[in-house]
Design a protein around this ligand. Structure first.
Ligand SMILES: Nc1ncnc2c1ncn2[C@@H]1O[C@H](COP(=O)(O)OP(=O)(O)OP(=O)(O)O)[C@@H](O)[C@H]1O
Length: 252
């Protein structure tokens, strides 16, 4: 479980996060949603200690993360897997080398053990046999899968995904969402996904936090989001043209 408490962040006098608190539970895929520029990625960076908030705390299974010694923070970092926006693969390394990278950097495993682990992770994301290929030789959806394989290679307790659907067609997006949910369930980990994709919201949102101009305005799940009485959330949800049309049909 991850708990964030009263996170506030300002850039050049502009408040980007305003006293955001919340809980992301183990075994659940939690989503942080909101329009562009509303502070989702900054919140993620605060949770990962890539950006320092002016105020607030982050607890990983009860262990405070931001105000501990560098060594303790390093230990906790090893338990986190991150799928960065855009995948962030090394173009000059093969798929296999990309996935193996965290093992090379952070473990003393033998080459054989590392190769077995990489093979297991590539199998988990449906990419058996893709190891020798270069990132330039695979599709956008496959690159995301490689990013996910790399994010889980260290067997993390916590998985963070920043806009996992960006740049993907709707069908591939759904498959990536399903994969993230499957991994969360299978490994019983705490997963936080940053997104503004309504398909994801409706299909994998066990727990959803809505940010608006840096504030948490609502939280709930995919079964309650369509009927919320929060005006800003309603505008966000029904900014999707197809959903707006669907609502029109229902209220005729
Ligand atoms: N390093 C930075 N320096 C100054 N301003 C920043 C910095 N990082 C983010 N911001 C500002 O913080 C605000 C929130 O940005 P953030 O990237 O969190 O938005 P977002 O909700 O993730 O948007 P998107 O969905 O488009 O990725 C924006 O106004 C952005 O310009």
């Amino acid at each position: 479980m991850i708990e964030i408490k009263n996170i506030s962040k300002t850039f050049n006098g502009k408040v980007v996060l305003d006293d955001v608190s919340g809980i992301f539970r183990k075994g659940e895929t939690s989503l942080v949603i909101g329009a562009s520029g509303t502070g989702k990625s900054v919140l993620l960076k605060c949770m990962l200690d890539l950006v320092e908030p002016e105020k607030g705390e982050v607890f990983f299974d009860g262990k405070e993360f931001l105000h501990v010694s560098e060594n303790d923070r390093k230990d906790l970092r090893r338990e986190m897997g991150v799928l960065f926006q855009g995948g962030a693969l090394f173009d000059s390394k093969t798929v296999q080398e990309n996935v193996k990278f965290p093992l090379d950097m952070l473990t003393k495993m033998s080459e054989g053990e590392k190769n077995d682990r990489v093979e297991f992770c590539l199998h988990k994301v449906g990419l058996d046999g893709t190891g020798p290929r270069m990132p330039s030789e695979i599709s956008g959806g496959m690159k995301k899968r490689v990013g996910i394989a790399r994010a889980i290679v260290m067997n993390p307790k916590y998985l963070f995904c920043d806009e996992p659907n960006s740049g993907l067609d709707p069908l591939t997006s759904i498959k990536i969402d399903e994969l993230i949910k499957e991994i969360t369930d299978d490994f019983n980990i705490t997963t936080v996904v940053i997104t503004h994709d309504m398909n994801s919201v409706l299909s994998i949102g066990d727990n959803i936090m809505f940010l608006y101009k840096g504030k948490k305005l609502w939280e709930g799940d995919s079964s309650t989001i369509m009927t919320s009485s929060v005006k800003e959330l309603d505008e966000f949800v029904f900014s999707n043209h197809a959903l707006k049309k669907l609502r029109g049909e229902f209220t005729k």
